[in-house]
Design a protein around this ligand. Structure first.
Ligand code: ADP
Length: 571
């Protein structure tokens, strides 16, 4: 591969460090490559107007115009020629590397890289450059040809000027009066206009002033070189005031005119590059301001979102409150109503049973002498049946008592209650769901607890109903333990159901979270329970017991007073 690379290559090395430049020059000379050196961007441009190197090596940190800016300038102005450019960087920072590539460099290399790596990169780029040259063909030289307009009312001088400047590699057009020149300038872009100061009609000063005024509206803003027949100071001052960039006497040698034009064009290149730099700075500034504005807006939106979230949370709580109140009220009223309706007939049945028993006893006593043994047996059997009926009635009364306990659901009142009775009353209401569930009550605590009874019943109801739902239609077991531990009244409900998957545990107490089918679950039971226990300054947790299933543990502080219980729902 190496043998296919011709050795007569020319490298332009733009490097401000003399030692570094000498070292590389020597290294390249060993390969048979010729090195042209420039220590600043200006010098490099000057060289590029005369030579067409196969490779340009640019130091990233040049004094004045930096390596990346020079790279952009070369890329923009290279005339049908695509030079290979290698950026030489002092550091390996990725920002510098990407900046180098974005500016148009083909490659970058750290100055600390080994010589063998440097030569490898240079060789690759030289080969690329050879290929480029082959495809681009001949006749492509250095920088883009500059476009010039020569304006003079003397046809012979105009012709001479056009000829001389064209021989310098520029594209030159001509105009022999002011209006014609302005028309051309507005329609086509020129890099430089050579303007005779004295012309009939519209003179050079007026043309120059118009160019300055039109400024940004022109396709390309040209530099103006004023040509004067007489080099007197007052005429020069007039010309410069009108906006001309330089002056040259017509009587001077044409080489002076040509070198002034070259100098002006070089200046223009640098002006454009600096303008780009300014634009880049403005762009970065604008981007930073936009980012700040965006951050500000995002902040405002986040603030608004937070407000919305808060409103949403309150809405959910209010909704929960409404559902809770409605549930409590209707269930409590229903149970209380039924208990009341049953209680009245039961009372008079019980009363009558008692009276009938008394009357039968009186009858047996008074008629003892007249009754046959068979009749006496009949009366005794009646008394026994009545006694059994009264025992049944006792059980119904007990049931009504439990229903009444439960019907305290809507009682907001705070008082000392028998928790064990509350648990029994809830179980009574739920037992019809699945009679194959064994309930194991391990009540080791004192049954009495200060709380809002209706609300505690609601919690017990939710947790026990969930335990039964978790067991489903199968036989199963629910263990209910009460205990007192370190100032807490603890109630634990363990079931033999499927348990709570770890994944849903964090969402369990969120309102409206349910895994039950539509219509059977509201997702409010645990959320409401959580609020009630929180209002009692207690805690409710879910655990996974060793034997499987789920365990819900409630802890309420002992000796709770009404003042300590805060409102469950904020306003
Ligand atoms: P709902 O019962 O209406 O779904 P809850 O807030 O009472 O609402 O319960 C929320 C969810 O918590 C239930 O859908 C269920 O997935 C889960 N859960 C509650 N208790 C148990 C339990 N004992 N075993 C398994 N999962 C349970």
């Amino acid at each position: 591969m190496e043998s296919s690379l011709s050795s007569d290559h020319r490298i332009l090395l733009v490097e401000d460090s003399e030692t570094q430049a000498l070292r590389l020059e020597f290294l390249f000379a060993e390969q048979g490559w010729q090195t042209e050196r420039a220590s600043t961007a200006e010098e490099a441009v000057d060289k590029l107007e005369r030579i067409v190197p196969d490779l340009i090596i640019l130091d990233h940190y040049l004094p004045g115009l930096k390596g990346v800016e020079l790279c952009k300038l070369i890329r923009r102005n290279a005339n049908g020629w695509n030079p290979s450019i290698l950026m030489f960087t002092a550091e390996d920072a990725s920002a510098v590397q990407s900046e180098s590539l974005e500016s148009g460099a083909d490659d970058y290399l750290s100055k600390s890289a080994d010589d063998s790596i440097l030569l490898l990169r240079v060789r690759t780029l030289l080969r690329k450059s050879e290929n480029n040259r082959r495809t681009a063909g001949k006749g492509n030289t250095g920088f883009r040809q500059a476009r010039l307009l020569a304006v003079d009312d003397s046809p012979s001088y105009l012709q001479y000027l056009v000829h001389e400047l064209s021989s310098d590699g520029h594209t030159v057009e001509a105009a022999n009066n002011g209006p014609d020149a302005l028309e051309k300038i507005t329609l086509r872009g020129y890099d430089c206009v050579l303007l005779d100061i004295v012309m009939p009609g519209m003179d050079g000063i007026e043309v120059c002033q118009t160019i300055s005024q039109m400024g940004a509206n022109l396709p390309r803003h040209p530099l103006v070189l004023m040509l004067t027949a007489h080099e007197n100071p007052s005429e020069m001052a007039r010309g410069l005031e009108s906006g001309a960039d330089d002056f040259v006497g017509k009587s001077s040698d044409v080489t002076v005119v040509k070198s002034r034009v070259r100098a002006l064009l070089r200046r223009k290149l640098f002006q454009d590059a600096l303008k780009d730099k300014e634009i880049e700075i403005l762009r970065v500034q604008a981007a930073r301001e936009a980012a700040e504005l965006k951050a500000d807006l995002v902040g405002q939106i986040t603030e608004k979102n937070r407000d919305l979230e808060e409103t949403n949370r309150r809405l959910k709580e209010t909704q929960m409150h409404l559902v809770h109140t409605a549930n409590m009220a209707s269930l409590g009223q229903l149970v209380a109503g039924i208990a009341h309706e049953i209680n009245n007939p039961i009372s008079f049945i019980d009363n009558n049973c008692y009276l009938i028993t008394e009357k039968l006893e009186a009858l047996a006593e008074g008629c003892d002498a007249f009754l046959s043994p068979a009749h006496k047996k009949l009366i005794q059997s009646g008394r026994e049946r009545l006694s059994e009926a009264r025992m049944g009635l006792e059980r119904v009364k007990e049931l009504i008592g439990k229903l009444r306990t439960f019907s305290r659901l809507d009682e907001g009142e705070f008082k000392k209650i028998n928790v064990h009775e509350s648990i029994d009353s809830v179980l009574l209401l739920l037992q019809h769901r699945n009679r194959r569930i064994t309930v194991d009550k391990q009540f080791t605590s004192d049954p009495m607890l200060n709380c809002a009874p209706g609300q505690l019943n609601q919690v017990l109801m939710n947790i026990l109903a969930n335990a039964m739902d978790a067991i489903g239609d199968q036989p199963g077991k629910i263990t209910i333990c009460t205990s007192v531990q370190e100032g807490w009244y603890c109630i634990a409900v363990r079931d033999s159901g499927a348990g709570v998957p770890v994944a849903i545990r964090p969402r369990l107490f969120q309102p409206f979270f349910t895994t039950k089918p539509v219509g059977s679950g509201t997702g409010l039971g645990l959320a409401i329970s959580h609020s009630i226990i929180r209002a009692h300054r207690g805690q409710i947790d879910v655990l996974s017991p060793d034997g499987g299933g789920a365990e819900f543990r409630i802890r309420i502080p002992l000796n709770l007073s009404q003042e300590m219980v805060h409102a469950i729902y904020p306003n």
